[in-house]
Design a protein around this ligand. Structure first.
Ligand code: ADP
Ligand code: TRP
Length: 320
């Protein structure tokens, strides 16, 4: 089974990204073939500062490797290192019906807000289809918000195959990752970089502590009984704790006599421990920028070999 997924370098990764997506992607790396890429072409629809983009790409690669992606097992590459994907995008564009793209939410949401959308944002799903089809991917692990794009990919691929009467493109399946539901941010809403409520994975310990301390709680006092089911601090604790640890803390909430400050300390300690090894690995990698470049270059080489074969097949199907 061939697994492929991409992640956009549009900011520093946070706990929501890790528990909602990255962790599951990494768990799938033992498959026969796993391809993971940093979607920098896609990021251009939002990040327009070259140096900032480069920094995000580098951080994304460092984060993924630190969090356990094994480059000898999974192929890690930068999307733009395989420019063949843009040619496939064009070939697919010629068979993509406008109505398919008009209903896609990224574009629709922007339009509904009265913001002018660029052609890049409108055709974003076609580039994503090319990402997937270029590697004959079977399974694409994604968050729920991306399932629509996999359906579009399947529609485009079957239309192409129908028009040219060949099975040139393989239809992929989405694998919706069982996310840690919705990781709450410091304001209790869904953690997202657009809401300015994130706890970044590799921020300084001091800032992480500060962010955890800022998580919104109700105004009950230390002695009051508390409800773990409606508490963002408890939700964050669940990400790191075993069932027994969760039950123990829940009991303390219900009994009263424990303040939110103490629960926050537990979250901080648990997170610290959970990411300690990754933090160390990241620091080591950071000191060896050449190693990082080698990994990405090697990944691009492996990815490109597959991409060129598939692209040849598609070109010849349409008479090029
Ligand atoms: P952001 O909302 O910060 O811009 P992205 O949309 O780039 O994050 O998220 C990439 C992936 O990370 C998403 O597909 C989703 O699966 C996951 N993700 C992001 N935020 C959360 C969250 N708060 N809880 C669970 N999963 C999340
Ligand atoms: N659009 C995806 C996201 O925002 C990122 C992405 C780009 C992707 N190309 C992909 C995901 C191909 C899976 C497969 O999260």
């Amino acid at each position: 089974m061939k697994v492929l997924s991409g992640i956009q370098p549009t900011g520093r990764f946070h706990w929501g990204n890790y528990f909602g997506a990255i962790r599951q992607y990494i768990d799938l790396q033992d498959n026969e073939q796993a391809f993971y890429f940093i979607a920098d072409y896609h990021a251009l629809t939002t990040v327009r500062e070259p140096e900032i983009l480069k920094g995000y790409v580098r951080d994304a690669a460092l984060d993924l490797l630190a969090l356990g992606l094994k480059p000898e097992q999974a192929t890690l590459f930068r999307q733009s290192d395989v420019p063949e994907v843009t040619e496939l995008t064009w070939l697919l564009m010629t068979v993509t019906q406008m109505h398919l793209l008009e209903k896609c939410h990224a574009y629709k949401d922007k339009k509904a807000k009265g913001i002018a959308a660029d052609a890049g944002l409108f055709t974003y799903p076609v580039l994503m289809a090319a990402d997937i089809l270029l590697y004959d991917s079977d399974t694409v692990p994604v968050g729920l918000d991306q399932v629509q794009h996999i359906e579009v990919t399947r529609d485009i691929a079957s239309r192409f195959n129908n028009i040219y009467g060949v099975e040139a493109l393989k239809l992929p399946n989405a694998k919706v990752v069982e996310s840690a539901a919705k990781v709450p941010g410091t304001d209790g809403e869904k953690m997202s970089k657009s809401y300015n409520n994130t706890i970044e994975l590799f921020d300084t310990p001091k800032r992480i502590k500060k962010k955890i301390n800022a998580v919104k709680t109700d105004s009950s006092g230390v002695e009051d009984k508390k409800n773990p089911e409606t508490c963002a601090v408890f939700d964050l604790y669940k990400l790191f704790a075993t069932e027994d640890q969760q039950a123990e803390l829940a009991e303390r909430y219900r009994t009263g006599g424990m303040g939110y400050g103490e629960a926050k300390k537990l979250v901080n300690a648990a997170a610290d421990e959970h990411f300690a090894e990754a933090r160390e690995r990241r620091e080591q990698l950071e000191q060896n920028p050449d190693t990082l470049e080698d990994i990405l270059r090697d990944g691009a080489g492996r990815a490109r070999a597959v991409a060129c074969e598939v692209l040849d097949r598609v070109r010849s199907a349409c008479g090029l």
